[in-house]
Design a protein around this ligand. Structure first.
Ligand SMILES: NC(=O)c1ccc[n+]([C@@H]2O[C@H](COP(=O)([O-])OP(=O)(O)OC[C@H]3O[C@@H](n4cnc5c(N)ncnc54)[C@H](O)[C@@H]3O)[C@@H](O)[C@H]2O)c1
Length: 386
């Protein structure tokens, strides 16, 4: 009790700042004692960082302060005794390689989504995690936030009757509009479905249970894109994946989700995530965020639902904090690799179904994850939703 899980970050790019905010807030919470009472929060503690680009690693370590070390390579970071767990924030194509190397070095792992860029990588991670007894957690952890968990409580409490259907829409013109190095979003492992789908599909598995079958259709409007801003503005790069993906998901209980994820839409007035039941509808907050109020729709009007479950506030990294607590308490962690593997298989099967023009079964399944209100969440820092 009271001990920290020492964490080494691999990948000091864009999203590492959001994690740093959460890890710093947890450190400050630890220093000030637990304001909620009970055991002092132990939480994850950042000890080291590495990146293929050493300058990035140095910048992040400097921002973190507190004696965070810079490791010259992944091997060097994995050899450190003050690293118990790796926070894998690399690009999707490197997720499996980095996670497997960390497991081989005896480290737990929490990583960004998707779990891997392909099924082989995901299967290898699950096999290695089981063989070693080490933990692997996978983003998104927004699904553990107040918005989604309150929505899940509404479904579980029967506020909309029996869920029959859902809609899930993510539309934007493409991440090259804001990301300084957007190429990875347009390579295998990227694309609107593999990039943003994990938020929506993880939420849908919490709300409606795992997916058994999928059908889909997909298109690629342009073969080339252009970096819009930052030092590399104007750089042209090829598009290797489909950029507009639509589909239907069949959930285990019979509910059907209609889905569209697109990097080809400049403006839309679509809902992000809604669930439709026999007695009412549920408007679910943005699954890319931790906060937001779900609303119950009945008789032509919508009523906001008060917070009933989940982290509040939340920030990227609460899934890692939960993994640290789960290790201490010898219970399963919530943002699991099994859920990540099911979500990845669902997305890849949808893309296969789109290519083949038929309905296909999803073979890597998972249990519906436990609801957050059934557990007592650890003290939560004021994190960043970025
Ligand atoms: N940018 C966002 O807003 C955002 C939000 C949520 C999730 N994510 C996810 O986070 C991950 C990283 O995204 P990002 O935007 O930070 O990308 P990024 O390109 O800005 O940063 C990735 C970093 O990883 C490093 N890297 C790549 N392979 C490596 C390896 N083998 N060893 C060590 N370092 C390596 C790169 O040098 C780079 O600095 C992706 O999986 C992405 O889907 C990003």
């Amino acid at each position: 009790m009271g001990e920290s899980l020492n964490v080494g970050i691999v990948g000091a790019g864009n999203i590492s700042r959001a994690y740093l905010t959460t890890l710093t807030a947890l450190r400050d919470l630890r220093r000030s004692g637990d304001p909620l009472g009970g055991d002092p929060p132990h939480g994850p503690r950042l000890t080291a960082v590495t990146d293929l680009d050493p300058a990035r690693a140095h910048r992040l370590a400097e921002e973190a302060g507190d004696g965070v070390a810079v490791a010259g390579s992944l091997a060097e970071l994995l050899a450190r005794e003050d690293v118990d767990a790796v926070l894998n924030l690399t690009v999707p194509a490197a997720h499996a390689e980095v996670t497997l190397a960390a497991l081989d070095a005896g480290k737990h792992v929490y990583g960004e989504k998707p779990l891997a860029a392909d099924r082989e990588g995901a299967d290898a991670i699950l096999t290695r995690a089981r063989a070693t007894g080490l933990r692997v957690g996978c983003a998104p952890d927004t699904v553990l936030g107040s918005g989604l968990q309150t929505a899940r409580a509404a479904v579980d409490d029967g506020l909309i009757g029996t869920p029959l259907a859902a809609s899930a829409f993510m539309t934007c013109p493409g991440h090259e509009s804001w990301h300084p190095d957007p190429e990875f979003y347009y390579r295998p492992g990227g694309g609107p479905l593999l990039d943003m789908g994990p938020y929506y599909l993880s939420a849908l598995v919490h709300l409606l249970g795992p997916v058994t079958r999928v059908t889909g259709a997909a298109s690629r409007a342009r073969v080339e894109r252009v970096v819009a801003g930052g030092p590399r503005a104007g750089t042209r790069f090829p598009v290797e994946i489909d950029t507009h993906v639509t589909g239907v998901l069949h959930h285990v209980g019979g509910a059907l989700t209609t889905l569209a994820m697109s990097f080809d839409v400049h403006a839309a007035r679509l809902p992000l995530l809604e669930v439709y039941g026999t007695t009412g509808s549920l408007s679910v907050p943005d699954p890319n965020l931790f906060e937001g109020s779900p609303a119950l729709g009945r008789g032509g009007s919508w009523t906001p639902l008060p917070h009933a479950a989940g982290y509040r506030p939340g920030g990227r990294g609460v899934g890692l904090a939960d993994l640290a607590d789960a290790l201490r308490d010898s219970r399963p962690h919530l943002a699991s690799a099994e859920l990540g593997a099911h979500v990845l298989d669902t997305m890849l099967t949808l893309l296969d179904a789109a290519r083949e023009g038929r309905t296909l079964p999803v073979t890597r399944t998972t249990d519906r994850p436990p609801a957050m209100r059934d557990l007592s969440p650890p003290p939560v820092p004021a994190g960043s939703d970025a």
